[in-house]
Design a protein around this ligand. Structure first.
Ligand code: DQA
Length: 143
């Protein structure tokens, strides 16, 4: 098992960004928790955050070379815009879980469409930052 956690744009601001929507945990809290979860199950772990679409595409390509077995990704706003990230995930064919902290379906209609969901192994949204833990748990057990 080798699991990569990817967070997209603005998720570096977690903890301070709209805490009523995204909670109080920082990205470092989330990454550290995911790392401990993986280590305690003998799974390898790495994480990556970027505000740049092409950097995320490059990291996904590298994940293939590095033989990651699963990706947990919160693509942030790129969820709703990025054919390039969709194509990268499809291209490397590493099973992935899409995570959203907020329930995007309770929000603006432009957040209701995802370019990734139909090719994801599964999607978690609206469960707060716990969603990452559930996704990592699934990846450890099944991917
Ligand atoms: C998000 C939802 C997106 O619509 C938004 O652009 C984000 C975060 C979430 O985790 O709820 O940046 O992916």
């Amino acid at each position: 098992r080798k699991i990569l956690l990817i967070n997209g744009p603005n998720l570096n601001l977690l903890g301070t960004r709209e805490p009523e929507v995204y909670g109080k945990q920082t990205l470092l809290d989330i990454e550290n928790a995911a790392k401990s979860q993986c280590i305690s199950h003998d799974a390898e772990f790495d994480c990556f955050q970027s505000n740049h679409e092409g950097m995320i595409v490059d990291r996904i390509h590298l994940a293939k070379q590095q033989q990651f077995t699963a990706i947990v990704i919160n693509p942030g706003a790129y969820t709703h815009t990025s054919i390039a990230i969709r194509d990268a995930l499809a291209g490397v064919a590493i099973p992935f879980i899409e995570v959203h902290i907020s329930n995007v379906y309770q929000r603006e209609t432009f957040r209701h469409h995802s370019y990734l969901s139909d090719i994801a192994k599964g999607v978690i949204c609206g469960l707060g930052t716990d969603g990452y833990r559930f996704a990592i748990d699934f990846a450890i057990k099944n991917l």
